[in-house]
Design a binder for this molecule. Sequence first.
Ligand code: PLP
Length: 395
Amino acid sequence: MSHRAGRHFLQIPGPSPVPDSVLRAISAQTIDHRGPKFERIGHAALEGMKSIFKTRQDVVIYPASGTGAWEAALVNVLQAGDRVLMYETGHFASLWKKMASKLGIRAEFIKGDWRGGADPEQIESYLRADKAHEIKAVCVVHNETSTGSVSPIAEVRRAIDAAGHPALLMVDTISGLASIDFRFDEWGVDVAISGSQKGLMLPPGLSFNAISAKALEISRTGGMPRSYWDWREMTEINKTGYFPYTPATNMLFGLIEALRLLHEEGLDNVFARHQRHGAATRAAVREWGLEVLCRQQGQESGVLTAVLMPEGHSADRFRATALQHYDISLGNGLSKVADRVFRIGHLGDFNDLTLAGTLTGVELGLRKAGVPHRKGGVEAALEELETPIFAEAAE
Ligand SMILES: Cc1ncc(COP(=O)(O)O)c(C=O)c1O
C-alpha cells in the first residue's frame, strides 16, 4: 500500500497509541541490566507500578504479554486438581479458564451472557455451597475487553467474605489498570494481572502481577512446578532493583516515562477522562440507532465500547471499509460475537479531539459500508462532553 498521510487511528482496545515521549524514552541506547545504572531503573519501575496498582505489597514485571502474567498467577498459587471459580464475562474470561484447564486446574464457570460484569451475588451463593472450602481461588476479569463490561471487584471481595470463604481473589485487570479505578490493597485483591499495552500507554511486551502477602505465602510452599514465572526468586532479587533474567530494559525506560505522565495528569483525572469518553461514545452509538453490547447500567467500560451490528450486516466488512477509506483500526468481535460486534477503543493517550476523530471515522465508515444508521452520532457525543458533570472533570 502506498504512503498514507496523517496519523493512523489505532482505536482497538489495546494496544493503544503510545505518547511520543514514551517512544523517545524507549528509543534510548540500551544499558547493562546488571550494571550500576540499572538499579535505579529497576526500583523506579517496580515502585512506580505499586502506585498504579495502589498497593504496598509486591509487584513483579515479566518481559511477556498479558497471557504470560495470567499463567504466572495460576502456577504460583494453584496446583493441578485444585478447584477454582471463574465468571464468564466474555472471551478473555473464557481464555483464562481454558488456560487453567490446560494446567490441570478444575476451573468452574458461572455462566454469563457477555452483556455485563460478574455478579457478586452468584459468586457468594456458589461459595456458600462449597462447605468443604475446596475452591482455592475466585478469578474475575475486571474490564472484559471483548464486551466492554466492568466487574465490581470490591463487591466480589465482599461476597467472598460474606460467604466466609478463604478462596483467593485473582483479578485480570489487563485492560482496566491505569484507565479505570483499581485498588489492590483496599479491595483485598490477592493476585492482579496486567499488561503494558492498554492504559499504561506502552507497546505490548511487559506484564505484571501484584501479589498479596497471603498469596506470596502460599506460593512459598505451594503452586505448581515452575521456573520462569516463579515469584520466589523474582521478588527476592527485585529487592535489589535487579531481575533474575534479562528484563525488557528499554520497555522499562518507557514504563517510567508513562508512569510520570499518568501521575502528572493525576490518576483520578485519568479515570474521569475515560468515563467521560465512554459516556460520549455511548451517546453516539444510541444516536446512530445501534446497540451497546453491555446492557448492565453502571458496568459500561470507560476503556472501550462494543457495538452490536444491525442484523444481517457484517462487523468485519464494516471495519475493513473504515480501515480502507479512513485509516482507522477498530476492534473485532471475538469468538461468540465474531462479526456481530465491533469495538471502539477510547483508552490511553486519548483526548476529546481524538474521540471526535474516532467517532467521525466510525460514522463515515457506517455510511460507506451501507450500514443502516441515523446521522448525528458525533454531534451527540460532543454534546455529552459538554454536560456539566463531565465538563467539570475535564477542567
Ligand atoms: C482482559 C484481557 N485479558 C487477557 C488478555 C491477553 O493478553 P495478551 O494478549 O497481552 O497476552 C487480554 C488482551 O487483550 C485482555 O484484554
